[in-house]
Unconditional design. Sequence first.
Lengths: 225, 228
Amino acid sequence: MYSYWNVFRVIFLRDIILASRYRAELANPLIFFIMVIVLFPFAFGSDPELLRRVTAGMIWITALLASSLSLEGIFRSDYDDGSAEQMVLSGCPLTLLVAAKITAHWCLTGLPLIIIAMLTAYLLSLSTQALQALFLTLLLGTPVLSLIGAIAVALTVGLRSGGMLLSLIILPLYMPTLIFSMLAVENAMVDLPVDAELYFLSGMLALSVTLAPIATAYSLRIRMS
Amino acid sequence: MNRIQKLNALKTIQYNCKEDELSQLEVSGIECIRQDIILFQDVSFKLHTGDLLQIDGVNGSGKSSLLRLLAGLMQPNAGEIIWQGKEISRCRYEYQQEIIYIGHLNGVKDALTALENLRVMVALAGSKPDIPLSNALDQVELAGMDTIPLSRMSAGQKRRVALARLFVTKAAIWLLDEPFTSLDASGKLVIERLIAEHCARGGIIIFATHQPMEIENCSIMHIHLGKK
C-alpha cells in the first residue's frame, strides 16, 4: 500500500522547500564556519608553515561545531507545530521518515559545508594530498555527524535546557570521527597511506546509516509520549 | 442435511463475530498518571462501527491525554486498548493506518502552502485521496487559497487546513481533540456534516469538546472524566 520511496521523497522535498523559505536559518552555520576560518589566521599570525599544520584540524573542528549548531533545529519546528506527532502516527515506518529528514539536513548543511571547507583549505595553502584526504574525510564524516547528532536531537527536542544537554551527549560521540579524520589528513601531509583511516570512517558511516535512523525514531517516540 | 445447515449457521455466527470484532475498539480499565497526578482511572468502553463518542470533562481532566492514549502516542499506566482483538502497541503500524488524530496542534507547516501541506498529509497516510486535493480545500471553504502560505492565514483557516486531512485521507477511527477550536459557525457546520457522514459510513469517531454537540441521525455517547 505504501510506496516507501514516495514517502521518503515527499518528506525530503518538504524539508528542502522549508529550508529554501527560511534561507537565513540555512546560512547561519555556514556563516559561522566562514567566520571562524577567516578569524583564525588573524589570531595566529600568517606564518604559512603554522597555518598549513593547523588548517585541517581547524576546519574539522569548525565543521563539527557548525554541524551541531544546525542540527538543533532539525526536529524543533516539527515538534512545536505538531508535525512530529503526525509523523509518529502515520502508518509509515518512522525510521524511514527520520532518514528522509536527516538526508535532507545533510544535503542542506553538510554538502555546502564541504564545498566551503575545500575552498578555504585551498586558500590556506594545504598540499594536494592533504586536500584530497580532507575532502574524503569530510565526505565520509559529515553524514556520520548528522546521523549521530539526530539521535541526540530527537532525545532532547522540546526540552528547555535541550541545547546544553545536546552538546553533552553529542561531543563524545563525535570524537572517533574527528580522531580518524585528523589521522588521515596528518598521514596525507607526510605522504603516508590513508586507507586504514578511510576504511574506519566508511565503517562508521555504514554503521550510523543503518542504526542511527532506528535510534532516532525510537528517541522521537519517547519524546512524544 | 441437518449437519450442513448447522455448519452453515455456525459459519454465519463466526463471520458475524469476526465482523463485530473487526470494527471494534475496546478500552478496558485504563489509567493515566501525569506528573504524579492520577488523571483518570479505570476508564472502560467499547465502540462498534458507526459509534460517536464525546469525551467530557473540565480543563485538566485528561481529555487530551485519553485521546493521545487512544492514538498510541502514550502508553496507559494500567489497562489496555484493544483493536480488532489485538493490543494496539502489538500492531502499531496497522492500527496507525486506521486512525486519524488531530490534536491541539494542527500538524501543518506555516511556511508551506495549503496544497503542499495536503500533499505531505496524503503521502504520510499512504492512501490515494478520492477527490483532488484542491477540491478538499473547497470543501473546507478555502477555495482559491491553495497557493498561499499558512503563515498568512488566520488561526481558523489553519485549523481548516488541518481538518482537510479528514477529506483526503481514509481511516476508520477519527480522534479529534477540540476540533472546533477557532472555527466559525460555518466551519463548525462543515465538520459536523463530515462527522455525520463518517458515522453513516460505519466509522468510529471519538472527540473531545466543550461545546454541546447535536448531530443529525447520530446518537452521541458520552464519557465523563474527572469529578462531577
